[in-house]
Design a protein around this ligand. Structure first.
Ligand code: AMP
Length: 653
């Protein structure tokens, strides 16, 4: 089982597990797992569970450490000297069922006599009946299978003292309400109930009112809001270009992409997966037509990263518990808005950072607004990178890999040297070209000549609001600043705001439109605060790195693109409203290439050397165009710059 403790240190809780009232055997199991501090939901739930007689209604997303939040106190409260079933954990999917029982087994490894049995659909019921016959103090079950087992009298839940309903909103979405009510109605009145849900729709409240007694309400994060470590993005393309746009996202992210792509139908899932495989990607799919065996095989390959691109329907993806996904992609938005939170919650688990991208065609755009309203999520538009940008990114990564590879001398014995001879006879440039051609073989002429895939959002101009304010997306509010630190420095929206506020003494609320990317970020501050930011934040240090701040041209509301030259000028959206190109910088790239390119083309590469800056990074590589109205060259922090009128076309850097 992976250990996620280093990431969870960002919760910065002062409480330790020792403070929560847990006994020695539980404590030693979790310390062996590397859990150093409780997560917020654990900190709040465990003492209540242990000390109180009250029910618990917990609002928490997946990946927040819920299983240990209810599992650890449960293991302490259940009497393992007795044989009868005392606790029942109900959850929506077999994967989650298996995961919970695996976790509980690990947490109870220093206890004697523990019997945990999991029962779920899609597996032989007879084996499960056998397991139950041998006794289980804790049963972990999916609702349908449990009802089935109850009707066969294979399980007795009349004696239980604890019921946990995990991912209750998912269970309702999946139509399990009747089953859950059927189960709860057979359990004794004096039991304790603990219900966890990522969202709190009316139906959950109604279950809580009916089956729980004056529950303690515990919430981590805001109701219906999403994990702050997820960057919510969207791109708008024509329906016919979706697949091409998706491939560019994959190509742009290179090897670092590890994600789930949500499709609407089994057919679409299979179809895109087949196409990807044909196009040379390492992909597979999960949908309802697969047998349990096939499903488990796909999941195991995905978990072990033998495949890093998984296409799935909502139903098939339920219960997938993989902790370090970098991306969730919505090939279509879900019909049920609540599902958006569930989908995107598959990334950024256990304190990590993740990106959720909705690939929209023009007709789908209104659905995004609905999701925004309901969930309070702030979406940022990103631009699908041009084919050339993708190629450049690949090139930089390739050059970086070659540069940073250590030569393993011991590998070069006489035989190898002999085989190498024909290659060594090639001249340097020829060899390089051959290697590059290999690396970039996917970039056929067709790909390279591919058009700009971004389209304007119909009816979107001037009407898209952000964060509940009346601010028009694309209109000027405050001044957009580039800040040279980002996700790779361990920052998220909250921590960047805190840092900027500490250094500049500008209140947190006056730092807005914070957009944290890989190696850099953007923030907006009111125009009169810019000078203050420049004198305090610019030149300050974050974790030993010098922070650079630059006024970001006319991007006060729109962002940026990375296109070079005149390429991409067809995108009306990008020019007028300032789109931000997808992806952002790659910290690993070396600056030399970016620098040369920057000066040739009057552009710059985000891939520039972040430490040096002068070798083609943000400030040094070539002149930059900037728009009227922004800070001039007297600022002392800009390089050689050329001013241009800034509207009407995509900006290049
Ligand atoms: P869950 O929300 O229960 O699915 O947990 C998400 C992941 O976080 C799981 O892989 C857990 O093993 C891990 N985890 C849970 N609690 C902690 C903790 N206090 N410290 C470190 N990792 C944890």
């Amino acid at each position: 089982m992976p250990i996620f403790a280093p990431h969870l240190t960002k919760y910065r809780t002062l409480t330790t597990f020792n403070d929560l009232g847990l006994n020695a055997s539980v404590l030693s199991a979790i310390s062996e797992l590397g859990f150093e501090n409780p997560t917020p939901i654990q900190e709040k739930s465990i003492p209540v569970f242990l000390e109180n007689e009250r029910d618990i209604l917990g609002l928490a997303q997946t990946g927040t450490g819920k299983t240990a939040a209810f599992g650890l106190p449960l293991l302490q409260l259940v009497d393992f000297n007795a044989k009868q079933t005392q606790a029942l954990i109900i959850c929506p999917t077999r994967e989650l069922c298996m995961q919970i029982s695996r976790d509980l087994t690990t947490y109870s490894k220093h206890m004697q006599g523990v019997r945990i049995v999991s029962v779920y659909g899609g597996a032989s019921i007879n084996g499960q009946i056998e397991d139950l016959r041998r006794g289980a103090q804790i049963i972990v079950a999916t609702p349908g299978r449990l009802i089935d087992l109850m009707s066969r009298r294979a399980v007795n839940i009349k004696t239980i003292s604890y019921v946990v309903l995990d991912e209750a909103d998912e269970m309702l979405n999946m139509g399990f309400r009747e089953d859950i009510e059927g189960i709860l109605s057979v359990t004794p009145d004096e039991k304790r109930v603990c219900l966890f849900s990522a969202t709190m729709p009316k139906e959950i409240r109604s279950i809580a009112n009916q089956y729980m007694k004056n529950p303690v309400e515990i919430s981590v994060g805001k109701a219906n809001s999403s994990n702050a470590n997820i960057s919510h993005e969207y791109a708008v393309v024509h329906a016919k270009d979706k697949y091409a746009a998706f491939k560019r996202i994959l190509d742009f992210n290179n090897e670092s992409f590890y994600g789930i792509i949500f499709c609407t139908t089994k057919h679409e899932t299979q179809d895109i997966s087949d196409k990807l495989i044909r196009d040379g990607y390492n992909a597979d799919c999960l949908h309802g037509d697969l047998s349990q065996g096939q499903r488990e095989k796909v999941m195991s390959r995905f978990r072990h990263k033998a495949i890093k691109i998984l296409l799935a329907t909502d139903v098939a993806a339920r219960g997938i518990d993989v902790s370090d996904l970098t991306h969730v992609i919505h090939y279509h938005l879900p019909d049920d808005i609540e599902n958006y939170t569930h989908r995107s919650g598959r990334t950024a688990r256990a304190g990590k950072l993740g990106t959720s991208i909705a690939l929209l065609n023009v007709r789908e755009f209104y659905r995004l607004r609905e999701i925004e309203k309901l969930t309070n999520i702030k979406f940022n538009r990103v631009m699908i990178p041009s084919a050339m940008e993708v190629r450049d990114k690949k090139l930089l990564a390739f050059i970086d890999t070659i540069n940073s590879t250590e030569i393993e001398e011991s590998f070069f014995d006489d035989v190898v040297e002999k085989h190498l001879k024909p290659i060594l006879e090639l001249d340097k440039a020829e060899l390089m070209k051959k290697m590059l051609s290999l690396e970039l073989r996917r970039f056929s002429a067709e790909y390279m000549n591919g058009p700009d895939l971004n389209v304007a959002e119909r009816g979107a101009a001037g009407s898209r609001t952000e964060g509940g304010s009346n601010e028009t997306y694309g209109a000027s509010r405050g001044t957009r600043l580039f800040v040279s630190i980002g996700q790779k420095d361990g920052l998220n929206v909250g921590s960047l705001k805190d840092f900027v506020s500490n250094v500049t003494e500008i209140p947190n609320a006056n730092i807005y439109r914070v957009d944290v990317k890989g190696v850099y970020s953007f923030i907006n501050v009111d125009a009169e605060q810019v000078e203050k930011v420049m004198t305090t934040l610019h030149g300050s240090e974050y974790k030993g790195r010098q922070v650079r701040v630059e006024v970001s041209g006319n991007e006060s509301a729109g962002g940026r693109t990375r296109s070079g030259g005149d390429r991409g000028s067809r995108g009306g959206y990008g020019g007028d409203r300032g789109g931000r190109s997808y992806g952002g910088g790659d910290r690993g790239s070396r600056g030399g290439y970016g620098g040369d390119r920057g000066s040739d083309r009057g552009g710059r590469s985000y891939g520039g050397d972040r430490d040096g800056g002068s070798r083609g990074g943000y400030s040094g590589g070539g002149d930059r165009r900037r728009s009227e109205g922004s800070r001039g060259g007297d600022s002392g922090f800009s390089g050689a710059r050329r001013r241009t009128e800034g509207s009407g076309r995509r900006r290049d850097f």
